[in-house]
Design a protein around this ligand. Sequence first.
Ligand SMILES: [Zn+2]
Ligand SMILES: [Zn+2]
Length: 184
Amino acid sequence: MTNVRRQLWLKAVEFHGHSCPGLAVGVRVALDCREEMDLTSRAKDEEIVAVAETDACGVDGIQSILGCTVGKGNLLVNRRGKNVFTIYRRSDGCGLRYCWKSRGLDGMTPQARTELFLEAPQEEVYTVTPARYPLPPRASIYPSVFCDCCGERTAEPWLTVRNGQMICLDCAGKPFDFSGRAAV
Ligand SMILES: [Zn+2]
Ligand SMILES: [Zn+2]
């Protein structure tokens, strides 16, 4: 691995909190994508957009290296239980879909799998094809208003009208939705 790639891997380990094969999946995709799509610097705004089909360790590699983050709105997590990452360049809409396929070999230590994922020839660890879906629209910024019931500031699309009042999801009795998270 080149020095630059090694440095970016170490930064991702620091961001994620530990070194693991799952992180190596996302880092490998991000490092290769960075070169293939000529994304030399981390996204400052929304110039790079990632759609992740998992919320497991690998997505932290995408965040750390490509600068696609939930807060900037250029990381969309669509949980489908797959180590699949589609990366777009907003300037021309070009998008590539990286589908991870390697599991490592039976009996390999996590450390050995991590190294394999970072170093193995591309065709052994993932496939890359054109994006299946067009570039997602830019992130929206919504005005916030005060909930008529609890008084907490809430972005408008998440308010509902009840008895002529604008109320938030909490006051409407809607529970948090963790249904996309697989049981462990
Ligand atoms: Zn991990
Ligand atoms: Zn409320």
